[in-house]
Design a protein around this ligand. Structure first.
Ligand code: TMP
Length: 222
């Protein structure tokens, strides 16, 4: 992992894996260790992105197809990169993002059972992101039945229901989980897969250990 600039760490996984909680806990630990960092997310890491997020994660699941979705997620990503991620990394600030481009491959390609072309997604990546990649991608892995139940329970307490993808059925979610595992197997130096069917504290310990190993910054001191 490179160290001269900030590190870019992404959290990935299906629904209800606890990504946002774990990201926040990691951000706190880094802060305490004196490492400047920002916590962000896709879609919606910027003001314009928040508007795209509303379109993408609420409402009828069939209101647009996978190609349109991929384009909108990439528009959000471009603004996120240029306005927030790249400037922060240049400053030496670490960036922790709840989802990035692997989500598009997992959801729009594997989730939809490969109905859109991987070539198109590769081209979009090159056009929008170029050679840039996360330094570390942590996949929080959980049985979709457990994750979806958690996520639906959480959404009942939310005023705006962000459940457009949750409503796609188990096959979609099983496909995307398998997709993430395939991506991780192909690029083990960037990915780490952690079992997310654990307590918040246990998973946080696993994440601290992993980030310490990969970044050479010891976050596990008591
Ligand atoms: P989340 O904040 O709960 O992760 O919600 C974001 C939703 O958007 C989630 O269902 C995954 C989905 N998504 C995609 O389908 N493709 C993408 O590229 C991204 C970033 C998210």
């Amino acid at each position: 992992m490179r160290n001269e600039k900030g590190l870019f760490i992404t959290f990935e996984g299906g629904e209800g894996t606890g990504k946002s909680t774990q990201l926040r806990l990691l951000a706190e630990v880094l802060q305490k260790a004196g490492i400047a960092n920002i916590a962000t997310k896709e879609p919606g890491g910027t003001d314009i992105g928040q508007e795209l997020r509303r379109i993408l994660v609420t409402g009828d699941k069939d209101k647009c197809d996978a190609v349109a979705e991929a384009l909108l997620y990439y528009a959000d990503r471009r603004i996120h990169l240029t306005n927030k991620i790249w400037p922060a990394l240049e400053n030496g600030t670490w960036v922790l993002s709840d989802r990035f481009a692997d989500s598009t491959v997992a959801y729009q390609y594997y989730g939809y059972n490969k109905r859109i072309s991987m070539e198109m997604l590769d081209d979009l990546y090159k056009m929008v992101v170029g050679d840039f990649k996360p330094d570390l991608t942590i996949i929080l892995d959980i049985d979709p039945q457990i994750g979806l139940a958690r996520s639906m329970a959480k959404s009942r307490t939310m005023a705006v229901k962000e459940t457009r993808h949750e409503s796609r059925g188990l096959e979609f979610h099983n496909n995307l989980r398998a997709g993430y595992l395939e991506l991780a197997a192909r690029e083990p130096q960037r990915f780490a897969v952690l079992n997310a069917d654990k307590s918040i504290d246990e998973l946080h310990e696993d994440i601290k250990k992993l980030v310490s190993e990969r970044s050479k910054v010891n976050l596990c001191q008591k």
